[in-house]
Unconditional design. Sequence first.
Length: 319
Amino acid sequence: MIGTLMHRKKHVLAYLSAVIMFCILYPPYCFAGAIEQATSRDRDTLIYGFTPQIFANVDHADAIELMNSWARITEKNMRGQRKFKSIKFPNLGAAKQALKNKQVDILITIPEEYIQLRETEMLVPVLSTVYGANLYNELLLLVRKEEGITQISQLRDKKMRVNVGQLGTLPLKWLNSLLRTQNLPEAQYFLQDLELCKDQNQTLLPVFFGKADTCIIDKNHYDIATELNPQIGRKLSILNKSPGFLTGVVSARADFPINEREDVTNILANIHKDQRGRQIMTIFRTKRLVRFKKEHLVTAEKLLQATPMKNLKTTNEKI
């Protein structure tokens, strides 16, 4: 019952309604074709690229259709006769190679990926994503109230689920930073069972139903879950809360013409004001895009400067 209601809240109300209405009102945008894997390019076509993790909470097929729709909207509002298309990169290495070969103009990544690419000096950040109601996304470390856990040291040999969607390795790094402050071992040695989940419900529900003892999940999803079913809030308690982290960065290739960069930036910064744009942003779990500022990445940078994490698995696997 809980899982069904949460699914209805997350996917039916926000997702299916947005997809259906968007496709009914604007069918040309929805059926623009699949995202391409580019090996060459037309110089009159500008290219959006994105890595899979930026849309970790969006169905793959819909991400393809909707990113193409995003390209069509930009194309319509761009000055001059410019065409747009979207490319899905299988991993960060492929995106880096595309930048080097000038096969992508605008790249959408999670902050951790942008920080890794920044040292190449091939990107100029232009926009930040606003997740949910706020610019930043906070993480919550949740436990079952009935277990009486009030300190992180009491998590020894417990079963934990960690959501690793749009925030990459940050949730696990944050957890390890909490353990280090108590002179405790890293999570994979401290916990009995540690499972990394891409799906938010697969992270939260096992704790609610007593199949796991604790989890790390983003505050936005937790707020929705507790609003939908107050029992979740009554059964679970917040042991710790992280600083806020940015969830996405939109960047332009460094040698992309400045006038075109500004045109694209202005279009995307105002896309939430357009009915078609609002539909897309809703499905992407993003409220709007705002001008990038260096301070947007401060919390992520600070955490990533910690000891690098080895052998991180990013799907529903145990480590």
